[in-house]
Design a protein around this ligand. Sequence first.
Ligand SMILES: C[S@@+](CC[C@H](N)C(=O)[O-])C[C@H]1O[C@@H](n2cnc3c(N)ncnc32)[C@H](O)[C@@H]1O
Ligand SMILES: *[C@@H]1O[C@H](CO)[C@@H](O)[C@H](O)[C@H]1NC(C)=O
Ligand SMILES: *[C@@H]1O[C@H](CO)[C@@H](O)[C@H](O)[C@H]1NC(C)=O
Length: 260
Amino acid sequence: MPPKPGRFDSFFRPWGLIWLSICLHWEALKEAVRRDGLAALGRPRQIRDAASAKLLNLTSGNFIAYEDTTIVPSLVRAASGTVLELGPGPGNQIHRFDTSLIKHIYGVEPNPHFEDAINAKLEKHNLREKYKFIACGVEDSDVLREEGITEGSLDSVLCIQVLCAVKDPKNVMKEVWKLLKPGGKFIFWEHGSSRNRLTNVVQVCWNPTWSKFVGCNLTRNVLGDILDSGEWENPHEIEEPDEPFSLLPRIQGILVKKKT
Ligand SMILES: C[S@@+](CC[C@H](N)C(=O)[O-])C[C@H]1O[C@@H](n2cnc3c(N)ncnc32)[C@H](O)[C@@H]1O
Ligand SMILES: *[C@@H]1O[C@H](CO)[C@@H](O)[C@H](O)[C@H]1NC(C)=O
Ligand SMILES: *[C@@H]1O[C@H](CO)[C@@H](O)[C@H](O)[C@H]1NC(C)=O
């Protein structure tokens, strides 16, 4: 385990990532203008997608190493049957699946810039046959239906650091709940609003800049959004490790959709 950062260190740490992201946005902007001329300026979404893919690509190794010290690897190994991985990004979880338990995995990811990195990992881990990248959001039901992903069709949904990054977490959770079979598993490791008052004030201060450049919201009520999405068998089993000074306090667990 890395030493727990002190309060001061923890509260000022976001600046490093924000600065890196500002540089990457600038680079992505220059690249887009070089390629498409000034018309590129009319497509800010593309520039943002390119920059955030670069950011996650660059920080991927650090995240994987950090997550190895947490519950994440064992959560991912619990995915079984027909699995939907929500927002795989650069594919940091791909090597962690227990493939003997898995029939098929759908990676549902609206940012198309991740496709190459994911395909490279699938190749490396011999998962081409079992894992399909689908370039859309989980709320794009029409696209998912064409792939055979319909209400009550999934055994597991894996959700690692995604609810902070989606536009509408309540709606995403409602979709996830619907897509799961009764008895299906929602496997998650997320972060949200701190229960510590001082830490929460610091989160609120960073949030406008952090969310603009890093693309994730620090102040969400993720627990509420998960619990409100529908009925679960074991809501009391959600874990919230005590991390009073963390700007990214975790909630984690494996919820089972109520069997009717
Ligand atoms: C912080 S990254 C998570 C990366 C990855 N899950 C991991 O374990 O490292 C959040 C991802 O969610 C994706 N995302 C955003 N909105 C989404 C949506 N509506 N449906 C699915 N994924 C979404 C983003 O494009 C981004 O790649
Ligand atoms: C970053 O992107 C490059 C180019 O697409 C890719 O080859 C590499 O595997 C990516 N790295 C990670 C950690 O995803
Ligand atoms: C963060 O999420 C909260 C709750 O979902 C929302 O009210 C707020 O506007 C979001 N902030 C930003 C900067 O996106």
